[in-house]
Design a protein. Structure first.
Length: 397
């Protein structure tokens, strides 16, 4: 099992490390005649704090889709020679002019997407060439045929269609500590938007999500490297990030509420599971020099605690999530629990910084984590292990 995890982590890291440029493709502002050379602009944005390099390939291409056909066309740099190395200064951008020769058979609305780079698809209009312009009757017949058998001009791949709905949820990280022997804690999490209603339908449908979080404790000091415990948390919830109405004394107001199942997937005496309903307002203040502070109290109702009826005594009915963040740089979070029984509860603190601030070209964030209290895992909800200090890699803060 641990070999599979390391393989997945190894595959995930390169995609984070090499993501230096943000690319934006801009279409022509007016309709382009068929058979002519069309000009596009590719913006290379360098959001890092170090110079970044980009090299124009010797050959480039684009896919173009119209209501009647789809084809691949060559793309040429209009101003800069191929294989030119472009250096973009920190926090700056560079324009690259590209040209594409449009076929004479095209007309109407089309979409275009560069094959060589991960850019956005663009849509624009093509005016039919004079030599192939149809008579009014033939043009009407062609438009009717296109309406009867419409072609999807959206060139997004199946992966991209899923990715648009797949969003960050809770932090994703891998950290290692040394108290009670070498050990690790890692977490994987995502949320998926369930509905994307058309038009101006209510935001309630747009703000429905399915979330999933998996947190594991890994005993690395034992010879077999067993997992001590893993918590699985599927959640169905409503989340609205920013309300138009808010009290004057706060800067941002959001709300999350939903149903959550949590279990550790074990059997017999080590089985733990519970179902909860929670409501969590999220209040934020944007203060001095880009600092943002937020407070999110999570009020919990336990729907069942059959396997662990005394769990509220250790976790309580309200959890507090606090955070302080400076732009995309330093971020600090605190997760506080106070059980109903005297003397029980827990504190989890996390601090992270972009690796880019330490070593140019590295992605992700360096993370420092501290845990103190009862119930670091669901299996140990009524146990207190040694305080833990761990350090590692955070992919999503």
């Amino acid at each position: 099992m641990h070999k599979i995890f390391w393989l997945l982590l190894t595959l995930a890291i390169p995609g984070v490390v090499q993501a230096q440029f943000e690319m934006l493709l801009v279409p022509p502002s007016a309709a382009v005649p068929a058979g002519r050379t069309m000009r596009l602009t590719l913006y290379l944005n360098n959001p890092t704090k170090e110079p970044a390099k980009f090299k124009l390939p010797a050959e480039m291409s684009a896919t173009l889709a119209s209501p009647s056909e789809q084809r691949t066309l060559p793309v040429v740099s209009a101003e800069e020679p191929v294989n030119t190395e472009i250096v973009v200064a920190p926090m700056d951008f560079h324009r690259v002019a590209l040209t594409v020769v449009l076929p004479t058979t095209l007309g109407g609305s089309v979409s275009l997407r560069l094959v060589d780079f991960k850019t956005n698809p663009v849509m624009f209009s093509i005016t039919p060439a004079e030599e192939v312009r149809l008579t009014p009757r033939a043009q009407a017949a062609a438009e009717q045929a296109a309406a009867d058998k419409p072609r999807d001009l959206n060139q997004a791949t199946d992966f991209e269609r899923v990715r648009r709905q797949l969003l960050p949820y809770e932090p994703i990280y891998f950290v290692v500590g040394f108290r009670e022997g070498l050990n690790a804690r890692f977490q994987f999490s995502f949320k998926f938007r369930l509905l994307t209603p058309p038009g101006n339908m209510t935001d309630v449908l747009h703000d429905l999500y399915f979330g999933y979080t998996q947190t594991s404790l890994w005993d690395l000091h034992d010879e077999s490297k067993p997992f001590h415990d893993t918590s699985y948390k599927p959640t169905l919830f409503y989340y609205h990030e920013l309300f138009d109405w808010k009290p004057a004394w706060i800067d941002r107001l959001g709300l999350q509420m939903g149903l959550q199942h949590e279990s550790n997937g074990q059997a017999a005496k080590t089985s733990r599971s519970l179902n909860t309903f929670y409501v969590m307002p999220i209040v934020s203040w944007v203060k001095w020099r880009g600092w943002e502070f937020s407070v999110a109290p999570r009020a919990i109702t336990y729907l069942n605690t059959d396997e662990n009826p005394d769990l509220p005594g250790y976790r309580g009915y309200v959890e507090w999530m606090l955070s302080a963040q400076h732009g995309d740089d330093f971020k600090f979070t605190a997760h506080l629990r106070k059980g109903t029984a005297q003397g029980y509860g827990s504190v989890e603190l996390n601090a992270s910084w972009p690796f880019q601030n330490l070593v140019n070209g590295l992605g992700g964030r360096v993370q420092l984590q501290y845990f103190n209290g009862w119930g670091e895992s669901l299996l140990d909800y009524n146990k207190r292990r040694d305080d833990q200090i761990r350090i590692g890699l955070m992919l999503v803060p």
